[in-house]
Design a protein around this ligand. Structure first.
Ligand SMILES: Nc1ncnc2c1ncn2[C@@H]1O[C@H](COP(=O)(O)OP(=O)(O)O)[C@@H](O)[C@H]1O
Ligand SMILES: [Mg+2]
Length: 382
């Protein structure tokens, strides 16, 4: 018998998206899990449910209310049920039971039967990274998607990050609303600017820290089928924190906001970590990722995710679970083979989805296969 991986031993969903209920009991050694099935069968919903076992709004960045199992339009049929996700998880610190769901408009969390107030506790227990089709051609799309990708990496390193970003967004929204409504009470605006600056600098510093760590690992990465990469982080506050203390950066950012008041009142934008961006250089080709093909861009993201996995193992002794939705899409046969090898070498569980079970044939006898059909899971014989 081999050493079991870290990951989910049992997963139960109720009233989650298309599932009124679902229970998966996984092989005790926690090999990779393959979910196959046609479009709309419910594969991504399972991965999304797992993504709620860590802080944040899951892999679809969803509103809690949209997740509850529902039939018909929201105003036609509204079901009273609240969704829940429950999992028995094997971590380096032992086995624990995590439960989460929506109760009274808020997310409720339980670890080993205890109600937990802060989502940070989830991040200390488990870390999860994911790659979904929403990240396809990420380097040509909206900067918000690149920030989401980066923020997930940072979140896996810093459990309190989701909390900091929520506080930042909340204060920023209040500040914008005041200015847009023509309210110019300087004391009120200044207090909000200080709050935004404090959280904004914490965000920028955490991003810089994670990108720097990743760049070291990416540069040292051995020659594989996944390209070596270098990440460039671009943002006024991110640039400033590199060469100044946190206190200096907070003053700088608060001043920047104060100077932007007129601009925002006139319908303009203020810059900050919410406008930062990242670009990636494909070191194997010395080419900007934005000029790379869809498959090459995906391979670069996988390089970054595997580097982050290494960083987490090295510095925290924690190996994140990986959720690779449509994990094989856009990759050539060679890279798909390399991906299988990498997945099998990891000490934690990897969840993969795809429409065609046959594409996962190299994982035969090395992975668990489930066929998802119309919101039901059937154990498939690979
Ligand atoms: N809140 C919800 N209640 C019921 N069904 C939902 C809800 N949200 C999404 N769905 C449905 O879940 C189905 C499966 O979605 P998904 O898991 O993304 O499919 P796929 O297998 O292609 O990844 C879709 O048909 C979608 O309409
Ligand atoms: Mg899907």
């Amino acid at each position: 018998m081999t050493t079991p991986r870290f990951g989910i031993e049992q997963l139960t969903l109720s009233y989650f998206r298309c599932y009124d209920s679902l229970s998966l009991v996984l092989d005790r050694e926690l090999p990779p899990v393959v979910l196959s099935g046609s479009n709309g069968a419910g594969k991504t919903n399972v991965l999304e449910a797992i993504s709620f076992l860590v802080p944040g709004r899951g892999l679809r960045n969803a509103h809690l209310a949209d997740i509850s199992y529902r039939i018909g339009m929201p105003d036609v049929v509204s079901l009273p049920h609240a969704w829940t996700v429950s999992a028995r998880v094997r971590t380096p610190d032992g086995v624990c039971q995590i439960g989460t769901g929506k109760a009274e408009q808020r997310r409720q969390i339980r670890i080993d039967g205890q109600n937990i107030k802060s989502q940070d506790e989830l991040g200390k227990t488990l870390s999860i990274l994911w790659l979904t089709p929403a990240f396809d051609r990420i380097f040509n799309g909206d900067p918000a998607t690149r920030r989401r990708f980066l923020d997930r990496l940072v979140q896996s390193f810093l459990p309190s990050y989701a909390h900091i970003t929520t506080e930042y967004a909340y204060a920023f929204k209040q500040w914008m609303s005041l200015l847009c409504a023509g309210k110019t009470d300087p004391a009120w605006l200044t207090a909000l600017e200080q709050q935004i600056a404090q959280n904004g600098v914490a965000i920028a510093a955490a991003r810089v820290d994670v990108v720097d760590r990743l760049n070291v690992l990416l540069e040292q990465a051995p020659e594989t089928d996944f390209p070596r990469a270098q990440i460039f982080l671009k943002g006024a506050v991110e640039d400033f924190v590199r060469s100044h203390s946190a206190l200096q950066a907070e003053t700088y950012f608060a001043d920047l906001l104060a100077k932007s008041r007129h601009l925002v009142s006139d319908g303009g934008h203020a810059c900050g970590p919410h406008t930062a961006d990242l670009s990636v250089l494909n070191l194997n080709k010395n080419t900007d990722a934005a000029l790379c093909s869809t498959g090459e861009q995906k391979a670069l993201l996988l390089s970054i995710i595997f580097a982050q996995t290494q960083a987490l193992m090295k510095e925290k002794g924690q190996c994140p679970l990986l959720l690779l939705d449509e994990g094989l899409s856009h990759l050539d046969a060679h890279r798909q083979g390399a991906l299988f090898e990498l997945i099998l070498s990891l000490p934690s569980q990897v969840w993969l989805t795809g429409v065609d079970e046959k594409a996962f044939a190299p994982l035969e006898n090395k992975a668990e296969f489930f066929c998802i059909d119309n919101a039901k899971a059937y154990r498939a014989v690979a």
